[in-house]
Design a binder for this molecule. Structure first.
Ligand code: KG4
Ligand code: ZN
Length: 398
């Protein structure tokens, strides 16, 4: 079973071929990041235009590197959401057209679920092998997934494929977004995750004490998190139930409602702003855009290190709690922030079970994770999407 995965939810145009949900045959990523750096964040129109320019060459390259022709491809999987509308549109329209032209089944993929599936890649072709440090074993169920990206901070308990409970999620900023915003305050380049962690290496993580948000009970009804029309939801994760069979049990429902696994990072971000202002002897009225000119390198490094420690501890504390409470057989990390070395260190030290990490290149957006989930959908007879009608779902959530 060979699936071509296409991912265009943000600024990466990516395509990959994955075999049997575990063997990586190619992974091509063209990023328009260089074009966005000067704006300090992704500009949706520029991202969409870049996708148009490179998507067909990226797909051709993915097939070439996998040594595949269209005859070898069994199905196409494409990110349907969440993401930037214009960006998603390019990927989805391309996938629909290719599915029709080459008569291949089409699978619509939820981007965040896709991130989790980067953990199922354990083998690669000999041509790619030197470039990848893959996990050596498959995750086993029940599996706790720590999903940390630019758009999401979530803990999900998977009972099996397509059967998970969302234990908690962020109420405001995602952790990656907090890294990006703190980087901006400190005058560090976009994307903020890598630049904050680099600065943090030279700073003292214990220099400043920053707050960790305490979360109260949720006000949402179960099912509220699922957005998009019913058609969209059906296409993306029709058999992925919002609550798993285990979660139907009142005890888990109460835990989820208690909000104890939810996150908030906006308070931490404001605390960093106030700290930086006080370090240069200014009041809360001092503009954040001028902070970096006044902060010394040492102050920036210490703030970066203290912020990173606190943000990562927030995630790890809840992951530890979830491991104690739900006793999963495996823990996986997913999303761009999963590339963070401090997160990997704290998890390795703090969790009572061994944890394997995906290759750094499979943490940030890529087509391989989309192809992998596509394989599992195809191998488990999950419903296909209609190539004549599949629509994007920019607000799709888990
Ligand atoms: O998963 P991803 O590529 O895109 C989304 O789906 O959001 O994640 C991008 C996010 C950005 O916020 C970026 O700053 C963050 O991942 N990131 C990191 C690191 N590398 C990327 N955050 C912390 N440490 C890193 N090493
Ligand atoms: Zn992502």
């Amino acid at each position: 079973m060979k699936v071509l995965g296409i991912e265009t939810s943000c600024d990466e145009t990516a395509a990959s071929v994955v075999e049997d949900g575990q063997r990586l045959l190619s992974n091509v990523v063209a990023s328009s990041m260089d074009l966005h750096v000067q704006y300090g964040g992704v500009v949706p129109e520029i991202a969409a235009r870049s996708h148009i320019e490179v998507i067909l060459p990226v797909i051709q390259q993915a097939l070439y590197e996998a040594d595949c022709t269209w005859d070898d491809i069994d199905a196409i999987a494409v990110t349907q959401g969440a993401g930037l509308g214009g960006s998603l549109l390019i990927g989805v329209l391309t996938a629909r057209t290719l599915a029709i032209a080459h008569e291949k089944p089409l699978y619509a993929i939820n981007h965040v679920e896709g991130h989790v599936y980067a953990n199922f890649l354990t083998e690669t072709s000999s041509a790619l092998a030197p470039n990848y440090e893959l996990r050596t074993t498959n995750p086993t169920f029940p599996m706790l997934a720590i999903i940390v990206s630019g758009g999401h901070s979530q803990l999900a308990l998977f009972e099996n494929h397509f059967d998970y409970t969302l234990l908690g999620q962020t109420h405001d900023d995602a952790i990656g977004e907090a890294f990006d915003k703190v980087a901006k305050m400190l005058g560090l380049p976009y994307p903020g995750g890598p630049s904050v962690s680099k600065a943090a290496l030279k700073g003292d993580p214990q220099k400043y004490t920053l707050p960790k948000a305490k979360m109260g009970p949720r006000r949402v009804q179960h099912g509220d998190e699922v957005q998009g029309s019913s058609e969209q939801r059906k296409a993306a994760h029709s058999t992925v139930r919002q609550l798993s069979s285990a979660a139907d049990n009142a005890a888990i429902r109460a835990v989820v409602d208690s909000g104890k696994y939810d996150f908030s990072f906006s308070g931490l971000k404001t605390a960093v702003l106030r700290l930086a202002q006080s370090q240069i002897g200014e009041s809360h009225a001092f503009p954040s855009t001028k902070l970096s000119e006044r902060l010394s390198e040492a102050q920036k490094n210490d703030i970066a290190a203290s912020f990173q420690r606190t943000a990562i501890e927030t995630i790890v504390d809840k992951a530890k709690l979830a491991v104690e409470e739900f006793q999963p057989k495996s823990v996986v990390i997913a999303g761009g922030v999963a590339a963070n070395q401090e997160l990997r260190r704290q998890l390795t030290e703090g969790l009572p079970l061994p944890i394997e990490f995906p290759d750094l290149k499979l943490c940030t957006d890529n087509g391989a994770m989309i192809a992998t989930l596509g394989c599992f959908k195809a191998m488990n007879n999950q419903p296909t999407a209609d190539p004549y009608t599949l629509d994007i779902a920019p607000n799709l959530s888990m």
